[in-house]
Ligand binder design. Structure first.
Ligand code: PAF
Length: 284
């Protein structure tokens, strides 16, 4: 596996692969990789000639009060996992390689979409995500890019950016990967102590109950969200940020749960903010 630390190295390798007629898949990550990321790499491996994974904790998507410094990092572990899953090149740039000291150009969706759900408490988050992902798209110029459904709002935002800016890149959404007890895999799960880890199960419990209600034919989002709220509120360590139903494409609020509607939760367990969701009728 090639470890590329500079944009120049990435471009040189991609150029060679292109001359050989190979397609390229990109999996953008912030490292500290787990089986959720591995599933994205596996999917890219199955669908593309060459697989590039970026491993970069992007400062522009963190607000000053967030966990940029504390965000877990382990590049050696990441390389081992990526090699096992057949990644061809990991792009591991420094902050200086990605952002010039006076960088002031951002990519931002200027409507309500990035202000919904996670955007309410993380107002600059999606501007940072769009900016770094658009830079990665320009650097790697992949045919396909792979994102997890766990960050469903991010997936919708990226699809929208790709459409609005006419990137000729196919965005592939991949299902949530869970621990055996249901907790959605996340790099932030490592922040949880044993008691919090147990308490965190209320997220998946609420998501599974919501899904069950939808499958049984309930379409009133009020009823579904109320039951999910009850499950999460019963856990003393949990503090709800939001429990919402939103159109899966626009992320605007949805009163009725029809196919494609996203039902998403964000909950603080102690100091750790976790997210989970389901999409009625499944991920498209
Ligand atoms: O989902 C993530 O890990 C990040 O938001 C992404 C897409 C790699 C951009 O930094």
């Amino acid at each position: 596996m090639i470890i590329a630390r500079t944009i120049k190295e990435v471009r040189e390798n991609i150029g060679e692969w292109r001359r050989e007629g190979l397609s390229v898949g990109l999996v953008p990550t912030m490292g500290y990789l787990h089986e959720g990321h591995a599933s994205l790499v596996d999917r890219a491996r199955a669908e593309c000639g060459k697989v590039v994974v970026s491993d970069f904790v992007n400062p522009t998507q963190f607000a000053p009060n967030e966990d940029l410094e504390a965000y877990p990092r382990d590049f050696e572990h990441d390389c081992n996992l990526l090699e096992e899953h057949g990644c061809d090149m990991v792009f591991y740039p420094s902050v200086g390689e990605m952002y010039a000291p006076n960088a002031a150009t951002y990519v931002e969706i200027l409507d309500e979409m990035p202000k919904q759900l996670c955007g309410k408490t993380r107002p600059i988050h999606f501007r940072g995500v769009c900016t770094v992902v658009s830079k990665l798209f320009n650097i790697v110029q992949p045919d396909k890019a792979f994102f997890g459904q766990k960050d469903a709002q991010q997936l919708a935002v990226i699809r929208r950016m790709v459409r609005d800016l006419s990137y000729g890149i196919e965005i592939v959404g991949c299902p949530i990967v869970r621990e055996s007890d249901g907790l959605a895999k996340s790099s932030r799960n490592t922040y949880l102590n044993a008691e919090e880890r147990k308490a965190a199960l209320v997220l998946s419990k609420a998501v599974f109950r919501g899904e069950e209600l939808v499958r049984s034919g309930v379409t009133d989002s009020g009823k579904i969200l109320a039951e999910m709220t009850e499950i999460i509120s019963a856990e003393p360590l949990a503090k709800i940020d939001y429990i919402s139903a939103a159109d899966g494409e626009t992320i605007l609020p949805a009163d009725e749960i029809t196919d494609g509607v996203l039902v998403a939760v964000a909950v603080y367990i102690g100091k750790t903010r976790l997210i989970d969701n389901f999409i009625a009728g499944g991920l498209k």
